[in-house]
Design a protein around this ligand. Structure first.
Ligand code: NSS
Length: 431
């Protein structure tokens, strides 16, 4: 008998098929038993009528525990009221494995209880929907760059130096060669890639020993980092804008069902269309002050500041030209105002804050050496990076998008930890 996935049952109305899955819910009323089965692609109601299956199978349907794995044969019947548009009229019901008492029940569980059982929690409808949205976002990201001539460029994870400041570095010992660090960003390698291949993107896991216990910080997260030779800051912002519009609209198009499970207000995503507002750091500070927010000019924005600034707009806002003091050593200064870096962040609406950080890179050898010294960084480990300014230096720019923050925003989740199969935070490395 043909094994059919639940998401494809619609194409098999009237046929007899086999489905393989897990018991999601059951109830009975006399001669009828209703078993909802999930197989990872969807959920379908299976109806067992006493006379239609052998007696012992009817009895086993009575005893079957939640999350037991089952193999069911039956005919597919159209039912407009059913969630997937059809039901299964069961002919044989086979329990493949009897599950022990399943620890996760429909009652409210605490967050820690669920996170300790994350390996089971991901079977739930909501978590399933989030992980499917994540998958689609990853695919949209890759398609966007692939269709525009970018080359995927894998940067190393074990690295000899910091990229984004030394305070969030994970250190590990590396044989006879001293310490190695888990990468905070593939950017520096991406720059080498851009000068070799023109336009590249790095897409992989990145690590920050973040002491912050906020709803937007993980210690292990995924970042996509395009890097383009000959792009200035404006080109960089144009690309970021086109990219976010594409990712959001593609996800809406492909995953509206999952977003409905998550009770997402789709109109808030439909309006994510270019152009996005662009304001300077100075204009952003003026917004804070106008709203009576205490903020010292020259600081970086905290989460509440970002929420207030992005709350003024119904789509992502790009903030550019930050004080160079609060930004990374590799950023180029604005020739019109040397106190500012040619940096940009994109802040997502609805309180989600920064999802993208990017900049035009310093491409002058002497200036970059000076910056490395000013930041007290060891010049020897950056010699290869300085080579990019010794041999055919060009203006170039790029940015990094945090995948989990993007998933949290698109799904409108309270906390970033639900966006990744097994989250890592300052308080958690299990399971
Ligand atoms: O530190 S960033 O702002 N920028 C960079 O790492 C650059 N080197 C990227 C580049 O230009 N190629 O981080 C970029 C994004 C940021 O906007 C967040 O969306 C995300 O990475 N991010 C994080 N997500 C989750 N958890 C943590 N701790 C985190 N840190 C950054």
């Amino acid at each position: 008998m043909k094994h059919v996935y639940i998401e494809h049952l619609q194409d098999h109305i009237g046929e007899t098929v086999t489905i393989k899955g897990w018991v999601f819910h059951r109830r009975s009323s006399g001669k009828l038993k209703f078993i909802e089965v999930r197989d990872g692609t969807g959920i379908v109601q299976c109806v067992i009528f006493k006379g239609n299956v052998p007696e012992e199978q009817f009895q086993s349907a009575d005893n079957v525990s939640l999350e037991s794995s089952v193999i069911i044969e039956g005919s597919v019947r159209e039912d407009k009221r059913a969630p997937g548009g059809c039901e299964i009229d069961v002919q044989t019901f086979h329990v493949h494995h009897h599950a022990e008492d399943y620890p996760i029940t429909p009652k409210e569980h605490g967050e820690d209880f669920l996170l300790d059982r994350r390996h089971l929690w991901i079977r739930s409808k909501r978590q399933n929907a989030i992980l499917r949205v994540r998958h689609t976002i990853v695919k949209a990201i890759r398609d966007f760059f692939d269709e525009r001539g970018f080359v995927l460029f894998d940067a190393p994870i074990l690295t000899p130096n910091a990229v984004e400041g030394t305070s969030t570095l994970f250190e590990t010992s590396y044989f006879d060669l001293g310490s190695a660090y888990l990468t905070q960003s593939g950017q520096l390698y991406g720059e080498a890639g851009a000068l070799a291949l023109g336009k590249i993107y790095v897409f992989g896991p990145t690590f920050r020993a973040e002491k912050s216990k906020t709803r937007r910080h993980l210690t292990e997260f995924w970042m996509v980092e395009p890097e383009m030779a000959w792009y200035d800051l404006n080109d960089d912002m144009d690309l970021a804008e086109e990219f976010i519009e594409y990712v959001v609209q593609t996800t809406l198009d492909k995953r509206s069902g999952e977003l409905e499970v998550l009770e997402r207000d789709l109109s808030k995503l439909e309006c994510i269309q270019r152009p996005f507002p662009r304001i300077s750091y100075d204009e952003a500070v003026a917004i804070l002050h106008k709203h009576g927010k205490e903020f010292d000019y020259g600081n970086d924005f905290g989460a509440p500041d970002e929420t207030l600034i992005s709350g003024q707009f119904d789509r992502p806002v790009i903030v550019h030209r930050y004080p160079a003091e609060v930004k990374a050593f590799y950023m180029k200064r604005d020739p019109e105002d040397e106190t500012k870096a040619l940096a940009m962040d994109m802040l997502a609406p609805e309180g989600y804050g920064e999802i993208i950080g990017g900049s035009q890179r310093e491409d002058d050898y002497d200036t970059l050496v000076r910056r490395i010294r000013e930041h007290n960084l060891p010049q020897d480990v950056f010699e290869w990076y300085l080579d990019l300014r010794r041999y055919g230096s060009v203006p170039h720019s790029g940015f990094g998008l945090g995948l989990e923050r993007t998933v949290a925003w698109i799904c409108k989740l309270d906390h970033i930890r639900e966006t990744i199969p097994f989250p890592r935070t300052i308080k958690r490395k299990n399971p």
